[in-house]
Design a protein around this ligand. Sequence first.
Ligand code: AMP
Length: 216
Amino acid sequence: MKLVFIGPPGIGKGTYAKMLNQRYGIPHISTGDIFREEIAKGTELGLKVKQYVEKGLLVPDEVVIEVVKKVLQSPMCSKGFILDGFPRTLRQAEELDKIVKIDVAFLFEAPVEVIVERVSGRLVCPKCGAIYNISWKPPKTPGICDVCGTPLIRRKDDEPEVVRERYKIYKQTFAPVIEYYRGKGVLIEIDAARDATLVVADVERILIEKGLIVKT
Ligand code: AMP
């Protein structure tokens, strides 16, 4: 099953993908996570993308496409994947099409106030990647990861001014990507201004209807 998750930064794509990954074992490929990991490790790729990621700007298409190509061609993705954060530009969507055929592109939508609230309270674990929210999913001990006990951090690109910049970029760049998938008849819109369990239940229902997963 080859899926693309589209939506503004902070809407919860990573959370939905992780929930589906836990239930069905579909690999969750987040280009943002890949870049953050590479930056943390100080690799050549990390150094190349750091300046863009920390300012909330798009990494150049050639760099992102190269990274995604490599991941999708690895054995891990032989049975399918959820792409989260890619494609973000029309060129990326066209290049992706040359590698694989996407079954469904889910478009997650919610009013901007909902996104701002979600993102401003988000804390992540730099070690295991667990995601929390100080308003609706706080860690048991404030500031500490429930899973591995590591101090939680706020991602640099979750800072309010960076969030605003990323939202602006999303609006500017995503319209052609959305129209691209709509034109191909694979776009499905999902109301994401609801609890994550309801959002994921909708996604699962659609995937079952399409015969892409079997009800568990
Ligand atoms: P995300 O976690 O998906 O919001 O991504 C964090 C940051 O990584 C973005 O603000 C960009 O700087 C970079 N990034 C991730 N995916 C892409 C992509 N498909 N194209 C360009 N830049 C990306």
